[in-house]
Ligand binder design. Structure first.
Ligand SMILES: [Fe+2]
Ligand SMILES: [Fe+2]
Length: 258
């Protein structure tokens, strides 16, 4: 696996939606369960800039390859949130700044202190970046799989086109995070131990701490419940297993079983 940030910078673009007929959702609306997933996905995509805040207070900001990637990543994720917001708006639901502003008012108190914790941890160890890159890989794998599952379950031609385009960009995010994680973990047993401990101790499915817990549970059960969902979770776990020193964590399988 390899990654070239210069290539990403050239490929990076605002998600193309000009040719998507969002009014098609008025003629054929999405079912309530699919809309419920999309609300959370809109919120999580729109929260990317806040995740970026947490990473930039660490030594990761000294690495120009990482900051180049994060610049493109934040931009692309913003437009993912915007596009999903347009789907919600076509169902006469609140989306965009009004919804995002309300969500940020409800963030837990821990949100205020997270950057402080990361800054301190980063001052104490150079390996926090390995944790962040691995965390990013796991969450991008999960996000891409969640979109694939949602497209299949919704079986709506317009939504499928939109999600396929988003998934293509998520694929490039995966390539970056997985390449960074792999390289950093391969170079240090301490990084492996620390990342293993952090994932075991703190990892929770994407959206945890941003959207309400019952919505995270709903996403998990709706998208990863049943035999098909379990297979997807196990596939992601096998990808985590292949990262140096991280075999046998079963993060996704355990989360789905819970
Ligand atoms: Fe995204
Ligand atoms: Fe992504």
């Amino acid at each position: 696996m390899s990654f070239d940030t210069a290539t990403l910078a050239n490929l990076s673009t605002r998600l193309q939606v000009e040719d998507i007929d969002f009014d098609a959702f008025r003629a054929r609306p999405l079912p309530p369960d699919v809309l419920r997933c999309l609300r959370s996905m809109h919120d999580v995509e729109s929260h990317t800039v806040c995740y970026l805040r947490d990473v930039l207070v660490t030594r990761a900001h000294r690495d120009p390859e990482i900051t180049s990637f994060l610049t493109m990543w934040n931009y692309e994720e913003f437009w993912h949130g915007d596009a999903i917001g347009r789907v919600l708006a076509a169902h006469d639901e609140t989306a965009g700044p009004a919804r995002i502003g309300a969500l940020r008012q409800r963030l837990p108190r821990s949100d205020r202190w997270r950057p402080v914790g990361f800054q301190l941890a980063s001052a104490l160890t150079p390996h926090l970046t390995a944790v962040h890159m691995t965390w990013g890989a796991v969450n991008e794998w999960t996000t891409q799989a969640a979109y694939a599952r949602l497209a299949r379950l919704a079986d709506h031609p317009t939504l499928s086109v939109l999600l396929r385009r988003i998934m293509r960009q998520e694929g490039r995010h995966i390539d970056f995070y997985a390449t960074q994680a792999s390289g950093r973990l391969a170079g240090s047993r301490t990084a492996q131990r620390m990342t293993r401990w952090a994932l075991r101790r703190f990892w929770a499915p994407v959206g945890s701490g941003v959207v309400p817990g019952e919505e995270v549970d709903f996403l998990r059960n709706y998208l990863f419940g049943g035999a098909d969902g379990q297979n997807v979770a196990e596939r992601i776990d096998r990808r985590v297993d292949r990262l140096p020193g991280l075999d046998g964590l079963h993060l996704l399988s355990d989360a789905v079983a819970a």
